[in-house]
Design a protein around this ligand. Sequence first.
Ligand code: AMP
Ligand code: GLY
Length: 420
Amino acid sequence: MKIGIIGSGGREHAICKSLHNSDETKKIYCFPGNAGTSEIAENIDIDLENFELIKDVILEKKIDLIVIGPEKPLVDGLVDYLEEFNIKVFGPNKVASQLEGSKIFTKKLCKKFNIPTAKFGIFNTKENAFNFLNKSNFPIVVKADNLAAGKGVYICNSKQEANLAVDEIFGGKFGVAENILIEEFLKGEEMSFFTIHDGKSFKNFGTAQDHKRVLEGDKGKNTGGMGAYSPSRLINDKLEKKIIDKIIEPTLKGLNEIGNQFKGFLYTGLMIVDEEPYLIEYNVRMGDPECQTIIPKLKTNLYEILLACCDGKLNEVNIEWLNKKSLCIVVCSKGYPDNYEKYIEIENINEIKEDNDQFIFHAGTTKKGNKIYATGGRVLNFVTLSEDFRSAKKDLLKKIDYLNWAGGFYRKDIGHKVIK
Ligand code: AMP
Ligand code: GLY
C-alpha cells in the first residue's frame, strides 16, 4: 500500500514512523515532511493550500490512503475535496472540523446538548463586549472564534487586559472577526483525551498532559507544546466514563443531527475541576506533542486502524497498547515562540541513537546533503518509554545533553506533576 501524510511536524513524523513499521506499507509520501521523514519516506515539497495540485500528485503516484495531520487543511475542507475524487482519506470533513475551526460552533453545541463547559457569551460588537466586561469578575477568558494557531486565547486578569484583547481580535489580528467569545475562567488541571472515529463508532486513543508554556514552572508565553507525558495522571475509569457520556457522545449526537459524522482523531481538551470534566476546546486531529508521546505505545498496526476507520470498520479492530509510561521533551530553536534564527545546523543529531524505547521525532528540520538544519520553532521531539516517568526523564535528559545543540533550548521540568 502507498500512503500519503499531509503535514511536516513531529506529529506527522511519529505517524510516518509507525506506518513505516507496517508490513503492508510499500511506500510513504510526506507532503511536505521534514528531515526525519525524508529518511523513511519521499518528501514532496508542495503548497498545502493548493488542493488541486495535491490531488494531482496523489492520483499520479497512485496513493491508496491519505492521512491528514494538521488542522488547517481539515478546516479548509481537504477531506471533502479529495473524497470527490474517490481518494481514501483519514480525517474529518469540513463541517465536522468546525469543532476546532469555530469555537462558537462548539460552544453552541455545548449549550444545546448540555455539555459541561465554561459559561460564555458571544458578542458581535466591541461595545457589547466592553459593556459585558464592565460588569464582569476577573480573571476572564477572551477568545477569537476562528483558527489562530493557539494564539487567539487571552487569559485576562483585569478589565484593561480584556478590553485590549477585544480590540485586537475585532481589529483583525486573527482574520476578520464577526463575533467574539468571552468565557468564565476555569481553575483546574488540563488533560488531553484522544479518541479515534470511523463515522459510526469510536475507540479511546490515549490521554496525555501537555506543557504549553515556554518556561519552566509553566510560566511565560503559550506555545504549541513544549513536552508531554502519557497517560495523564488524572485519568481513571470514572472520569473516562464522564468524559464519554457527558461530552463526546452528545457531541457526536449533535453532529449526527446536522447530518454529519466524525471520522478521524478527536482531541478533547479538558479542564478537570474537582474530578468533573469541562470541555475547553476540541481539536479535530492528534495533538502535537501528544501524538509523539502516545503513538510509540501503540502495539496494534496503525495502518490497520486508519484503514478500518476509512472503511467504517473500526469495531472490527482491537487497539492494544504497551503498558508503559511515555515522556516527550521538545527541543526548540532559541527565541521560540517569538523570532528565532533559521538554518542553524544541528551538528550531533546523527550520533544520537534510537532503540525500541527511545525515539527522536523531527519537527522543524531540513536536510541538505548530509547535514540537518533547524528551520522551525519546535525542532526535535525526544521520547522515551519506561516503567516510570522518573527514569524516562533521566534517559531523555542524558540524550538531549549528548546532543549538546547550541541553537536550542528545552524545558527540564516536563512531567513535573508526575515526577516529584
Ligand atoms: P484553547 O486554544 O481554547 O485550548 O485555549 C488555550 C489555553 O488557554 C488552554 O489550553 C487553557 O490553558 C487556557 N484556557 C482556555 N479557556 C480557558 C478557560 N475557560 N478557563 C481557563 N483556562 C482556559
Ligand atoms: N499540543 C496542543 C495541540 O496540539 O494543540
